[in-house]
Design a protein. Structure first.
Length: 234
């Protein structure tokens, strides 16, 4: 991805214990920097072993603030701070029905699954078949057996399980795909990187009876959305 410096692939050297220490340090850092505030999100970030969602030759960089390549076309696992950056303004919480567009590694899906708990539901859509299989394997081997996986164009959402309390798009869009706004429940929130005037704004939408309230959180840099509402040709 342009704009990020991806570290070189290398054989992994770190032990399970070293990764556990790094995860603890990362959670503390995210709290100190103000990214991580909500208890359930703190617990999820402290629990999910991010290194198990990363291709072997990039594992040692699991807790570095860089996106890392995944199998598939332009797919990446986002930087560790991205997850609280998206989930905190969304107000993702226990019992929510959550739709993720862009399964990627499955790491964000696992974090969301921990947050929404047994009363909630996570549906995740991935367009790239290679990325989809990578994520599904990661999530299954970490014991996440109750996620609804959808292989296809997330721009179309997944009306079968709608309406959703929260929706997260993890790829940059030129517009928020209208089916996703339709599938958001009244009072629900959607977050997405939106391409505006040549850069990307992380935008939070809240759907009410009368209007869609919009708030810009910050600038970000994400891979482009594909599919019908995508940025490229496919
Ligand atoms: C930044 S990555 C996702 C990172 C992911 N949340 C994680 O934790 O690893 C964006 C993902 O969106 C996927 N994607 C792009 N366009 C899509 C679409 N229309 N529908 C579903 N997935 C899409 C890409 O293939 C890529 O896997």
């Amino acid at each position: 991805m342009q704009g990020w410096i991806i570290p070189p692939p290398k054989e992994p050297t770190k032990s399970k214990e070293e990764f556990a220490k790094e995860r603890k340090r990362k959670a503390k850092w995210l709290i100190k920097k103000g990214y991580l505030r909500l208890e359930r999100i703190k617990d999820a970030v402290s629990k999910v072993p991010r290194e198990n969602f990363i291709p072997v030759m990039y594992k040692d960089y699991a807790y570095s603030e860089v996106p890392l390549p995944l199998p598939g076309k332009e797919a990446t696992i986002s930087c560790p701070h991205s997850y609280p950056l998206f989930y905190e303004p969304l107000g993702l919480d226990m019992g929510h029905k959550f739709l993720e567009v862009g399964l990627g590694s499955g790491y964000g899906t696992a974090i969301a699954r921990e947050i929404v708990g047994p009363e909630g539901l996570v549906v995740s859509i991935e367009i790239d078949p290679l990325t989809f299989e990578f994520a599904r394997k990661n999530l299954k081997s970490e014991g996440y057996n109750d996620i609804v996986f959808v292989k296809g164009d997330g721009g179309l959402g997944y009306p079968e399980m709608s309406p959703y309390d929260k929706i997260c798009i993890t790829a940059a869009c030129l517009e928020i795909p209208p089916p996703l706004i339709e599938q958001l429940r009244m009072g629900g929130r959607l977050i997405a990187p939106l391409i505006e005037f040549g850069s990307q704004n992380l935008v939070l939408l809240e759907k009410s009876e009368k209007e869609i309230i919009r708030k810009v959180i910050c600038q970000v840099l994400y891979v482009s959305l594909r599919g019908i509402y995508g940025v490229g040709e496919d």
